[in-house]
Design a protein around this ligand. Structure first.
Ligand code: IMP
Length: 425
């Protein structure tokens, strides 16, 4: 498996970090290609918990080179503080490279996002407030964007920042007359400081990855968020601002997707969603609360309680098709162990019509009523299971149903947070 990718097939938080961490000892290079410090990856091993946001999970494995590629939006302050926090936990971070093509998140991105979200009231996207969407907007708009490489050309950077900040202050005031403005000189000094601290990591990562491919290095692409949060293919507008499905790999890294030998889709054994937007299988009842408590479903980045519901095979199989995955990893199966019976959404009913397609328009998804298949629970502790044949037959039936409806073979089942609590088929 020279080149593999791990992507989430739902609305993020599928526990991709655990699968990436499990696989990283087979890879020399781990690449993060999208998003920013909006993502949250929790990795547990040897009794320690590591919370990663911007750093690829490969950072925890000695000998692995981690790459933050061009498609990421980089908050350098967040990067430095995350590096410090893992060092404080006793991990010496492996080699880390940061693309000089990545776009930089500045304080005005966060300020603008806070006002935009507040002004939308009930229609707020429910973003992580990390300046992700506003930074990507500048990237696509081009005229007010600043990339990592610009930080190392002081005259150009100062001039550019003056121009951008002047414009941003006009926008901030227009959006909210009580908004505080930002100061170009202060930002310049602050960001020159960050640039100096990360200078040893900054490089043309695209050229690095191309050389690595030529040298037949094993490479793993680490997804963030999930396929249903993809800006083009997700549940727009309640999505993140990048291509968080498998579609983002090529644009976000410069590596053509045709070189990927194995695409692994990660799914939770139920559904969670944070922020706004429809979630047809969401449970507003005791079972939803039970899943939230058992699964500790609170955001890694924001601490927000996640919305919980039954496994949605319509949404997930769509995610699998868009991302083009070969197989799936079913995560957090142990969370369902205490329930008498389980439901899996196998179709939607919209205005009396049954469909297994994910609607392209949000208004249609809002009206979708889940059609459920009910299967028995196993009511046994499965956290010690290490082989497929040792699962209770009801748990195997559940895994088989997920596989049948997502139309992909299951190759991993996770039954606890630790590295070894994984059944690999
Ligand atoms: P943004 O990425 O901060 O702009 O947020 C846009 C939407 O994506 C919001 O609904 C967020 O809650 C969601 N989101 C962003 N990152 C993650 C993640 O890592 N896991 C789950 N949801 C996320």
């Amino acid at each position: 498996m020279a080149v593999s990718a791990v992507v989430g097939l739902q609305w993020g938080d599928e526990a991709k970090g655990k699968i990436v961490d499990l696989l990283t000892d087979q890879f020399e290079i781990v690449v993060r290609y999208l998003g920013g410090n909006n993502a949250g990856h929790t990795v547990m091993f040897d009794g320690s918990t590591y919370k990663l946001s911007l750093l690829p999970a490969g950072i925890l494995r000695p000998g692995v080179t981690s790459v933050i590629a061009n498609g990421v939006v980089l908050n350098p302050k967040a990067l430095l503080s995350e590096l410090k926090s893992i060092k404080d936990q006793g991990v010496e971070p492996g080699n880390l490279l940061v693309s000089d093509r990545a776009h930089v998140i500045f304080p005005y991105h966060m300020a603008e996002e806070a006002i935009l979200e507040k002004n939308r009231g009930e229609k707020a996207i429910g973003t992580t407030m990390r300046g992700i969407g506003t930074c990507y907007r500048d990237k696509i708009g081009r005229t007010h964007a600043i990339r990592v490489g610009d930080l190392y050309r002081p005259d150009h950077f100062r001039e550019r920042l003056q121009e951008v900040v002047e414009y941003k202050n006009v926008i901030l005031k227009a959006l909210d007359p009580s908004a505080e403005t930002v100061c170009a000189d202060a930002i310049y000094d602050e960001y020159c400081g960050y640039a100096e601290q990360i200078s040893g990591m900054v490089t043309d990562t695209t050229a690095f990855l191309h050389r690595a491919l030529k040298d037949n290095k094993n490479m793993l692409f680490e997804g963030a968020q999930g396929s249903l949060l993809d800006i083009d293919h997700g549940t727009f507008p309640y999505v993140t601002s990048s291509n968080s499905s498998g579609c983002g790999i090529q644009a976000g890294s410069g590596v053509p997707s045709r070189v990927i030998d194995r695409m692994i889709g990660v799914v939770k054994s139920y559904t969670t969603r944070v922020g706004g937007g429809p979630c047809p299988t969401e449970l507003h009842c005791e079972i939803g609360n039970h899943i939230r408590t058992e699964g500790n479903e609170f955001g890694t980045v924001t601490g927000r309680p996640r919305r919980c519901g039954w496994f949605d095979a319509v949404a997930t199989s769509y995610g699998a098709r868009v991302s083009g995955v070969d197989c799936i990893a079913v995560m957090l199966l142990d969370v369902l162990s205490k329930l008498d019976e389980l439901k899996i959404c196998e179709a939607y009913e919209i205005d009396g019509e049954r469909t297994t397609d994910l609607p392209s328009q949000i208004q249609d998804l809002e009206r979708a009523k889940p059609v459920y298949r009910t299967v028995p629970g196993w009511k046994k502790d499965i956290t010690g299971v290490r082989r497929m044949e040792d699962f209770p037959k009801e748990a195997r039936q559940y895994i088989d149903t997920v596989s049948e409806l997502v139309e992909r073979p299951v190759e991993f089942v996770s039954i606890g947070p630790d590295r070894d609590q994984t059944v690999i088929l």
